[in-house]
Design a protein. Sequence first.
Length: 235
Amino acid sequence: MEDVFVNGVDSYNRAPKYSLGKKILVIGGGDSALDCARTALRLSGGEVTMVYRRTEAEMPVDEILVEEGKEEGLKLSFLMAPKAFVGAEGKLAKATMSVMKLGEVDASGRRSPVPTGETVDIDCDSVIVAIGRGPNSFLQKREGMKLGPKGSVAIDETCATSVPGVFAAGDMVTGESLVVKAMARGREAAQRVHEYLTGRQSEHRSMYDYYFTRRTSGRYYRDMLDGKPETLPPV
């Protein structure tokens, strides 16, 4: 994905690193899965199918992007989950899928997928797995940190963990999400660390106030000219 995004489809196709074949399955139903599926479609010119264990209504992705994918030729298969991958002559030949049904509502607010006991075999040349994952909880368990849902790190409103002097932000707190959200929370955590180290927790101001209100009011520049950069958050 990175090679394609950095240099473009045409550049990648001149010296491809992988042989996707003409029948490609993408496992997942989120933004990353959709990106992988549409990229694979453009690279291969073949048949690309997204396989999702819930229905289209539960896909955690923008509806417009799904419609654009369909217009581009992307196929979608719902209520399916991979059970086994079968090879022949050293190559992938097919994927065995468990047929699912929707059960009770789970912690995500969506109905959970439940196996029906039936299976379906789908011929394919390659499979791209693009599913969500929870954080690795080894470190927080070893250090005795308070945990959040699914092994995530629990924090308070200041991004502080239950261990004094340790702060956290991003996917290890929220679970897998968009990189821009992780970046925003990372900047917030950096500001909180700065305030903690300089003893200014009580003077906390929002990122919006720091980077917009202060800039437009001129106070940001006055602080710099007055030699008080320590009052500003790290950039």
